[in-house]
Design a binder for this molecule. Structure first.
Ligand SMILES: CC(C)(COP(=O)(O)OP(=O)(O)OC[C@H]1O[C@@H](n2cnc3c(N)ncnc32)[C@H](O)[C@@H]1OP(=O)(O)O)[C@@H](O)C(=O)NCCC(=O)NCCS
Length: 194
């Protein structure tokens, strides 16, 4: 599950490779499946609700925009075997955000396969190594049990209630977190026991 940077950081951004996945900067060809995810009632329950395709396109553009302007953003997560867009995962920290987030959202036809766990592992490795963050957070709705399970699987712990900046200030979220030291210690103990 360890991430290998298979291309140098460039204007198109890094490309990470894991056992089953490629993580790279979003491209226009990812949009159809992105729009399906954001049209889905249950998939968007805790991330602002469904979007019509034109609104999904504007939201889609945030990530490549953030890659260009800030040098980091969530990656598109691609199934190596089929080339299928599975979801997005990675660093996210717009202005006013309550910390250095590693976030995730996956197409509903991919759930239950461990893809989000595998991608988040690679993205956290990358964020600690490249962005030199001291800790990562995940902003999760108290009712979003699938996302909480994922945070737990990654070794993060619930810190308590948090607040997003306007216009999301009324979204109920809890902050899950772990430090760089805890992440590296966990990685080292897994490597030692492998
Ligand atoms: C949050 C979300 C990404 C979690 O997806 P997920 O499919 O549960 O997570 P994974 O891809 O890591 O799969 C883990 C599940 O697959 C199972 N699994 C199967 N094969 C696996 C493997 N090789 N490795 C790890 N887990 C595997 C696990 O047991 C786990 O199931 P469980 O949670 O019932 O125990 C997904 O629910 C989602 O995109 N939701 C909509 C958007 C959203 O709410 N985003 C989060 C905002 S905070």
């Amino acid at each position: 599950m360890s991430a290998v940077n298979v291309e140098p950081v460039s204007s198109t951004g890094p490309v990470l490779e894991t056992t089953r996945l490629i993580l790279r900067v979003p491209r226009a060809e990812d949009f159809d499946r992105y729009a399906e995810l954001f049209a889905d009632e249950s998939a968007t329950r805790y991330i602002g609700g469904p979007l019509v395709r034109a609104a999904a396109w504007r939201r889609f553009l945030q990530m490549p925009g953030a890659w260009t302007v800030q040098g980091f953003a969530m990656f598109s997560v691609i199934d190596k075997a089929s080339g299928r867009w599975l979801g997005q995962a990675g660093p996210w920290k717009p202005e006013g955000w309550p910390g250095n987030e590693i976030g995730w959202s996956f197409h509903p036809d991919t759930w239950g396969c461990g893809y989000a766990t595998e991608a988040a592992h690679a993205a956290i490795d990358w964020a600690f190594a490249t962005l030199r963050w001291d800790e990562v957070i995940h902003c999760i709705d108290p009712e979003n049990t699938a996302s909480q399970r994922l945070a737990q699987r990654l070794g993060s712990r619930k810190r308590g209630p948090g607040r997003l900046p306007p216009p999301h200030q009324d979204a109920p979220i809890e902050i899950w977190t772990q430090s760089r030291e805890d992440w590296l210690a966990q990685r080292a103990s897994h490597t030692a026991s492998a």
